[in-house]
Design a protein around this ligand. Structure first.
Ligand code: NAD
Ligand code: UD1
Length: 349
């Protein structure tokens, strides 16, 4: 490993994944050097090629488990890392209920290692990918950052909440060496408009948009809409869907905020649009924008689902100077474009 004397890069753990690859592109657009660490457990080098094609330069990449303390220490030292965007982890709610130990091991282990290594190095600014799932069933919508957190329903959600608590405790004890932003994502969908990076789920998708794009591609026969008897405007579940490019830009803003205002602090921001959309609205928009029929059938409610939640994103707008700009139409168009582009590339090998 060669020491990079010129600039201090941003370490992006989980940077070959769906959200991480989009963050890598936005960091490059902001003129920041990026070092990606990913063990490729749920990603492939195709994402790295996509990032290179979009940005015009190969990202620095280490195929490393972010729990490997020796390797992480070496990377932090060689690249003079102080800024970290930490996404590495496992994200399937269903899997987390079957393999809770693995989820605690990976999702907490990666964070613990990172905190240890940064403390050793003497300073660190951490952006952590948390989730609106930490709000459980919120008492009010839109959900503000002051809403009670920690009433999570599953091991995945608890790993997000525990990580938030761990980061709080370690920053508080660090005597100003560390600071952090906890970003609570609502529902990221869509893809970079080039279609060169996107969401590539393994197996049957759990989340709505990747399921819809697979129905559109003919990989699945129809969409099952989980519940049409919720107390919402059309009976189907309501969520705050946010374009992944907007979400990625929120990380760049959060990093700039941490550098200028965040010393010694831990601050929480919701990243959402502030608008709730129902499942039927998503299906309708997808069909209209892409001119494709999505056959669907109503099915029983999915256990653990809630009727409705969406963000109050005004704190991020006020303090980070960020707000979501892309529309639901953009999300549906870009998701389908990426599905087609990535599929045709996979066929060509
Ligand atoms: P993803 O699975 O595409 O990305 C996670 C990446 O982490 C993958 O590339 C995977 O290979 C890597 N990884 C897993 N374990 C690792 C380890 N031990 N060491 C190094 N790399 C490892 O998921 P995503 O959708 O891009 O999510 C990124 C982060 O955002 C996750 O922490 C997830 O929990 C969080 N998040 C995602 C959503 C969402 O809807 N996608 C919502 C809220 C929060
Ligand atoms: C889910 C997770 C949440 C996690 C988030 C990551 C559960 C219970 N919640 O959130 O913890 O942070 O993913 O993105 O798994 N739907 C269908 N048919 C489908 C898939 C989904 O009707 O095939 C509906 C759901 O009932 C829900 C909406 O679409 O109303 C969105 O679902 P999804 O994309 O899975 O996101 P969340 O449930 O919000």
């Amino acid at each position: 490993m060669q020491k990079n004397e010129n600039s201090r890069a941003v370490l992006l753990t989980g940077g070959a994944g769906y959200i991480g690859s989009h963050i890598a592109v936005e960091l490059a657009a902001a003129g920041k050097q990026t070092v990606i660490v990913d063990n490729l457990r749920n990603a492939s080098e195709d994402a790295l090629r996509g990032i290179a094609e979009i940005t015009g330069s190969e990202p620095v990449f280490y195929r490393v488990d972010a729990r490997d303390k020796d390797a992480m220490r070496e990377i932090v030292k060689c690249h003079g890392i102080a800024d970290v965007i930490h996404l590495a982890g496992l994200k399937s709610v269903a899997e987390s209920t079957k393999e809770p130990l693995e989820y605690y091991n990976v999702n907490l282990g990666t964070t613990l290692t990172l905190l240890e290594v940064l403390l050793e190095s003497g300073e660190g600014r951490i952006i952590f990918s948390s989730s609106a799932t930490v709000y459980g069933i919120p008492d009010h919508v839109p959900v503000t950052e002051e809403a009670i957190a920690g009433r999570c329903f599953n091991p995945y959600g608890r790993t997000k909440y525990f990580n938030e608590q761990i980061i709080n405790d370690v920053v508080a004890a660090s005597e100003g060496k560390l600071s952090a932003v906890l970003l609570r994502y609502f529902n990221p969908i869509g893809a970079h408009p080039s279609g060169l990076i996107g969401e590539v789920p393994t197996g049957v998708p759990n989340n709505l948009m990747p399921y819809i794009t697979q129905v559109a591609a003919g990989k699945r026969e129809k969409l099952y809409i989980y519940g049409n008897d919720y107390e919402t405007r059309d009976g189907t579940g309501v969520r705050d869907y946010i374009h992944v490019v907007d979400l990625a830009r929120g990380h760049v803003k959060a990093l700039e905020w941490l550098e200028s205002h965040g010393k010694g602090k831990v601050e929480i921001f919701n990243l959402g649009t502030g608008q709730g959309r129902s499942v039927l609205e998503i299906v309708e928009t997808f069909q209209r924008v892409n001119n494709i029929k999505i056959p669907y059938e109503f099915a029983p409610r999915r256990p653990g689902d809630i009727a409705e939640y969406y963000a109050d994103p005004s704190k991020a707008e006020r303090e980070l100077g960020w707000r979501a700009e892309l529309s639901l139409e953009d999300m549906c168009r870009d998701a389908w474009n990426a599905e087609k582009t990535l599929q045709s590339r996979a066929k060509k090998g």
